[in-house]
Design a protein around this ligand. Sequence first.
Ligand code: ZN
Length: 409
Amino acid sequence: MKCRHCGSTHMLPFLDLGTAPPSNSYVNAGERHLPELWYPLVIRCCRECRLVQTEDFADRETFFSSSYAYFSSFSTSWLNHASRYVADMQARFGLTEASHIVEVAANDGYLLQYARERGIGCLGIEPTASTAAAARARGIEIVEAFFGEALGEKLAAEGRCADLMVANNVLAHVPDINDFVAGFARLLTENGVATFEFPHLLNMVHEAQFDTAYHEHYSYLSLTSVRRVFEANGLSIFDVETTPWHGGSLRVFAQRGDTGKHPVTAAVAATFSDEQAAGMLSDAFYTGFQAAAQSVRDGFLTFLIESRRAGLKVAAYGAAAKGNTLLNFSGVKPDLLPFVVDKNPAKQGLLLPGSRIPVVTEEFLKAEKPERVVILPWNLQAEIRQQLSYISDWGGKFVTAVPTLTVHP
Ligand SMILES: [Zn+2]
C-alpha cells in the first residue's frame, strides 16, 4: 500500500480489526435472509510522514449512504459549541458584514445559521442531499459537492474567496487529503483563516479508543502529520487548541503559506512537544496499539460471559459507528447482547450491521429492565447516564468498555 499523502510504501502496522461491514449499513428486518458485504478494516502508519490511514478496499460510495445521514442539529451541546465558535472567530478576526465564511461539510447548517444571525455572508459545501436540503431550509446557500482543489479554484474564480473557512470533523473523512487541503489554499483570501477540528490521535492511543476506527474514517491525525500535509499543499499552521469532542480533539488554525500574516502562537510548539514526549515520532507508539485494542475486546467479552453466567440481563445503548466496530471486532451477537436502544426513530426496528443485534426503543428498555446497560458511545456517557438515570430504580448499572471495562456504581 502507498501512503495517501507522501506516496511512501514504508508502512507500519497500527490496527487490524479483521473484516467488518460498512458501519452505516443497517439491515432491514425483512432483508435478514440476504448476505452482507464485509470489507477488511486495516489501518497503517506511514513511517515517512506519520499519517495513520485506512487501507482502501472499496470506493467511497460504498461507505457513504445518505439513508441514515447524521443531522448535527440533533445535539444541543454541539450547537452551543458552534455558536460559541462563530462568536469567538468574529471577535478574534474582526469579521464584519463584508466578510465571507465558507464551511466545508456544512451539514444541516448547524453552524452557518449563527453566521447568518450575525449578518456575515456565508456559503456551505455539503455533498449529502438530505442535510443540504435542511441547510437550505434555514436560508443558507449550499453547493452540493465534495470539496477539493478544483472546487476551491472555481469558487475563487467566481470571486467567492473566504475570510474564514471551517472544517469540523471532515479532514479525517476525506480519501484524498492532499486535494482536499489544497482547496483551502485556493479559496482563502490573502490573510484568511481556516480552522480544522479532528479527533487527536494522541488521545485515541492513550485512551485505547480503537472503536473510533471504521471504513469512512480514512485518517487518524496528529499535529505532526497534519503539518506535513498542510505545508505540502499551501497552508501553514499558526495556532492550535484542544477541545473535548470525540474523546479529545484538536482545532488547528491555518493560513496561506504564501501570504498569511497571523503570528504563530506558543501553543503550536507546546502541542508538538506533547506529541514528541508521547513518543509519536517513534515506531513503537503506533505498533503497540493492536495489543491495546485486543485488551479492550478481552475485557468486554469477559464481562458479557461472566454476566450471563451470573444470570444478569445485559443490553446496550447507542446504535452508532463506534459500537459496531467494538461489537464486530469482538464477535458479539444477540445471544450475548440481545438488544441495543437508540432514540433515533430511523434506526429503531433495524438490525446492526454484522452483529445483527436489533435496535429497539427506550420503552422496550423500560419493559425489559436489564441489570447492565453498556453505553457504546462512551464519549456521550455523561448525557446518556443522565437521560437513563431511571435504570437505578430496578438496580440497573451503566457499563463502558473503553478504555477498560468499567461497571459504574
Ligand atoms: Zn506518508
